[in-house]
Design a binder for this molecule. Sequence first.
Ligand code: DGL
Length: 264
Amino acid sequence: MIGIFYSGIGGLTEVRALRAARPDLSFVYLGDTARAPYGTKSPETIRRYAEDCADFLVSKGAKAVIIACNTASSLASGHLRARHPELPIFEVVGPAVRAALAASGTKRIGLIGTRATVGSGLYEKLLKAADPSVEVVARHAQLLIALVEEGWVDAPETASVVGKYVAPLREVSVDALILGCTHFPILKAKIAEAMGEGVALIDSAEAVVAEFRATLEADAAFEASLDRGGSASYFVTDPTPAFSAIGSAWLGAPIEVSKADIAS
Ligand code: DGL
């Protein structure tokens, strides 16, 4: 079983991509909808939530965990690796860092994410560890999450807020911009327009899916350890008809969503 957790519904895009690639593998998804959003919470709280999510997935038989959320990856991936040393844990930050370094020629790299993700400093730390000459400009873009959730993708107000957030990144002419929040790829066209030509936009969700698939191909023992059968189960901490309806639409088939009793 492969466990995937996310603060809400967004991680289902990774489930969709992975199921399309490997329909024979079994998945269990947890959306911590009762306690979302994570991006405005303190590091201690995010770590506690991530701990609950990982423990829940392990209790459901997960033999590997994918942290689909940037905020939980930034604040809690090291913590979860220490708590579950036997468990392969995949997170979004490392793959996005590697993709950004590969895409950038000038080594001036931008990052936008939640307040907590940017505040954690993990992206800068990993970018600079890989290449000390890299210049990183990181800005939170907290308001974009609310605009996406409100469905204001094409609203002129959204274009103006995007422009305001990315202005400091344009000023220093970054040539790669990490979309360090799973909501931001939805605004990719707007962000690309605001950044201008010649800037590679790095989608962290795509990067972790690519890395997970590459690991399956490279590591036969790991691949063989995963359950076959192609089952998928979906849990949330606060079930709503909207989650089931949106999830079913995204995944192209009706999904049954159960309550996970972990939120305190
Ligand atoms: N999942 C978060 C992330 O990717 C965004 C939403 C939240 O704050 O929970 O950083």
